[in-house]
Write a protein that binds this ligand. Structure first.
Ligand SMILES: C[S@@+](CC[C@H](N)C(=O)[O-])C[C@H]1O[C@@H](n2cnc3c(N)ncnc32)[C@H](O)[C@@H]1O
Length: 254
């Protein structure tokens, strides 16, 4: 159902959450961008897959020799090129490309990064230099689990095997030598219910983009008010409305 997913991202056209008011408490001491920094130097060639509107890549990816940042959505790449105007010194090029059909030459990149996007481990292996690194952060099956249980649906809710395990196995099968996987737990606190709703309407947390029925109105994913209100009333804390995020990190060396 890649077409549905592409259509949804084309419609959204950015991955900017700066209008949503929330704070984050990190329970796990791991940071995607710090991990990339560890393996990068001033001459590294870095490939960032599924970069969205480049919001994070432009702000947080380290200054290396050159960053190539890709996304299969033309709208996202258009936004990324607009956003780039605010970062005139960043050595980054945005390219429209499907992560599952990578056309770069073999062994071109020193590092491949992929945050919250689809990957094909074998294709990444092929474009990485010998001893190159892959750094992934993904959204796992048990992300926002209490919310998904209440709605009885959502991203990966019905998956028999967690996405993290599938990625790990595929990375191993692709031939990577050293692979480290870890769970990342973080708590997000949304200032108001409108802030939480804005998140849920924009992301695939409840309406998994790849599993949407084509007959459904893709612009208006439905959020049942009674269930939403129930979640808000049972998860309101002094810090805001709590959402427990469960992510996974994989760092692999070729
Ligand atoms: C959840 S957003 C993450 C954006 C960015 N990596 C970040 O962390 O802010 C996922 C992005 O991956 C892109 N994407 C999803 N599947 C893709 C694929 N098969 N090939 C290329 N891009 C893809 C979407 O268009 C979207 O921009």
């Amino acid at each position: 159902m890649q077409e549905n997913e592409l259509k949804r991202y084309e419609d959204i056209g950015n991955w900017d959450f700066s209008d949503i008011k929330y704070t984050t408490y990190q329970e796990t001491n791991w940071d995607f961008y710090d991990e990339i920094k560890k393996h990068a130097n001033s001459s590294s060639l870095l490939l960032d897959l599924g970069t969205g509107g480049g919001e994070k890549a432009l702000s947080f990816l380290p200054d290396v020799g050159m960053i190539i940042a890709t996304d299969f959505s033309r709208e996202m790449i258009k936004t990324a090129n607009e956003n780039k105007k605010n970062y005139p010194n960043k050595k980054i090029k945005f390219v429209c490309m499907d992560n599952l059909k990578i056309t770069f030459p073999e062994k071109l990149f020193d590092i491949v990064s992929a945050r919250h996007t689809m990957i094909d481990a074998k294709q990444i292996y092929n474009v990485l230099n010998d001893n190159g690194y892959l750094v992934i952060e993904g959204v796992d099956k048990y992300d926002c689990w209490e919310l998904k249980t209440l709605f009885h649906r959502g991203q990966a809710f019905h998956d028999p095997i967690a996405i993290s395990k599938i990625d790990y196995e595929n990375i191993k099968k692709a031939g990577f030598k050293e692979i480290n996987m870890q769970e990342i737990i973080q708590y997000e606190y949304y200032e108001t219910k409108e802030d939480l709703l804005a998140l849920l309407l924009k992301t695939p947390i409840l309406d998994d983009f790849s599993k949407l029925n084509t007959s459904k109105n893709l612009h208006n994913p439905s959020i049942e008010k009674d269930l939403f209100d129930k979640y808000v009333s049972t998860h309101t804390t002094s810090k805001g409305i709590e959402l427990k995020r469960v992510l996974y990190a994989i760092v692999a060396k070729k």
